[in-house]
Design a protein around this ligand. Structure first.
Ligand SMILES: NC(=O)c1ccc[n+]([C@@H]2O[C@H](COP(=O)([O-])OP(=O)(O)OC[C@H]3O[C@@H](n4cnc5c(N)ncnc54)[C@H](O)[C@@H]3O)[C@@H](O)[C@H]2O)c1
Ligand SMILES: O=C(O)C(=O)C[C@@H](O)[C@H](O)[C@H](O)COP(=O)(O)O
Ligand SMILES: [Zn+2]
Length: 362
């Protein structure tokens, strides 16, 4: 049995600090995190986790809470205004008050939705994140970005609303489909390039092992990636500055997700987005060849995609214009000046963008 690892996330912008617990058999921790003020607990979960949600419900009932479960669609289909509206209706019908607590149980799509419902219900109620995918644990569950997608763009409607606690039970990873697990590695690798290169060394030492929760470095990879995220969001919850580095690879990545009508896995799109960002850095004269090339080798070594359709460029460029980092007509990209050295490339020449896209297109 693994000992529980605790990572502290500092409070900022009027929000309280909280802990991320990583371990096994963390179910018992849920009651402690909810506390005695709450009467009702709503567990929002995807179809894939119906059985787990039922176990949690029974447990909460046993602890004296009025527990309800809200099943939502798997994956990105949950991140819609219709699904949020369904959740609001259920909360209304059950008399959910400001002292009650929402639990988001699932991957990043579910926790983004659950956090958004918590942020908007009665203008904000407390919520706990229980991530059950690699991506959810290392990125989505931490930091309080919540939201839903619209046809015009990814996560375009949302709020900064941090959870009061995060419970990452490693046992849940055992049932995650392989391609979803690998998708999560894109965010782990992102953390490696922007802040903690030891992550890259660990993956390169055993890429096959990195693609399974049974791999030798799973806990260390998760712990390191969460630490990167916790350090960044503790100082800049609302993305006024440094937090933008967590968006490495996301400007093109989100455009690809929109172009695929949110049927692609997030990590797959971000993988291509990071290769593009590396090429931008290289072509702008900021990033050395070895680090730019390393993106391709490490991402490919775990089976993540590196290229996208050449003919999609005009649509992707259009989508990138409403990226949240844009200011007016100015496109802004997170790039690297070296390993772990991030900077912002503002308003790059259109020819530079085309040249970088040529390097990732097929
Ligand atoms: N808020 C943030 O800071 C942040 C950070 C990164 C990513 N995200 C968002 O996270 C989402 C991607 O998250 P994801 O990769 O976890 O995908 P996901 O939530 O879509 O989950 C992938 C699939 O696995 C299923 N699943 C979840 N847990 C399972 C388990 N334990 N066993 C079996 N099946 C399981 C889900 O139902 C879904 O079908 C995107 O919407 C992305 O925008 C948010
Ligand atoms: O936490 C952040 O900040 C991030 O940018 C992390 C990203 O991995 C994540 O995909 C996030 O949801 C992107 O947010 P967005 O504001 O660009 O939609
Ligand atoms: Zn992401």
């Amino acid at each position: 049995m693994t000992d529980t690892v605790t990572i502290h996330v500092g409070g900022s912008a009027g929000h309280d600090p909280y802990d991320v617990l990583i371990g096994r058999q963390l179910l018992g921790e849920l009651g402690k995190s909810i506390g005695t003020k709450a009467k009702r607990v709503a567990v929002i979960h995807p179809e894939a986790l119906t059985a787990t949600a039922d176990v949690i419900r029974e447990d909460l009932l046993g602890e004296g809470y009025e527990a309800i479960v809200l099943q939502v669609p798997n994956a990105e289909d949950a991140k819609s205004v219709e699904v949020a509206a369904y959740c609001w209706s259920v909360l209304g019908q059950t008399g959910f008050t400001r002292s009650d607590v929402i639990v988001g149980l699932g991957g990043g799509a579910t926790t983004d939705l659950a956090g958004f419902v918590a942020a908007t219900w009665l203008r904000g109620v407390r919520w706990i994140s229980m991530p059950t995918t690699l991506l959810g644990m290392v990125d989505a569950a931490v930091g309080g970005k919540t939201g839903i997608n619209i046809a015009e763009g990814k996560n375009m409607v949302g709020a900064f609303h941090p959870p009061i606690g995060v419970l990452a039970d490693l046992a849940t990873l055992e049932t995650v489909p392989k391609h979803d697990y690998v998708s999560g590695l894109a965010e782990v690798i992102k953390a490696g390039f922007i802040a903690d290169p030891v992550i890259l060394d660990l993956i390169e030492a055993d890429p096959e092992g990195a693609t399974t929760p049974a791999g030798p470095h799973t806990l260390e990879l998760i712990r390191r990636a969460i630490q990167v995220k916790a350090d960044v969001v503790s100082g800049d919850l609302k993305e006024a500055g440094r937090r933008e580095i967590l968006n490495y690879g996301h400007t093109l990545g989100h455009a690809i997700e929109r172009n695929e009508r949110y049927k692609w896995r997030h990590g797959a799109a971000i993988s291509i987005g990071m290769v593009f960002a590396a090429e931008l850095g290289r072509l702008a004269g900021r990033l050395d060849d070895a680090t730019a090339d390393r993106h391709r080798t490490v991402l490919a070594s775990v089976g993540l995609p590196l290229t996208y359709r050449a003919d999609a460029w005009p649509k992707l460029l259009d989508a990138m214009r409403i990226d949240k980092k844009s200011r007016g007509d100015l496109l802004r990209f997170v790039v690297l000046d070296g390993l772990g050295k991030t900077s912002i490339l503002e308003g790059p020449d259109p020819s530079l963008l085309v040249a970088a896209y040529t390097e990732v297109s097929r």
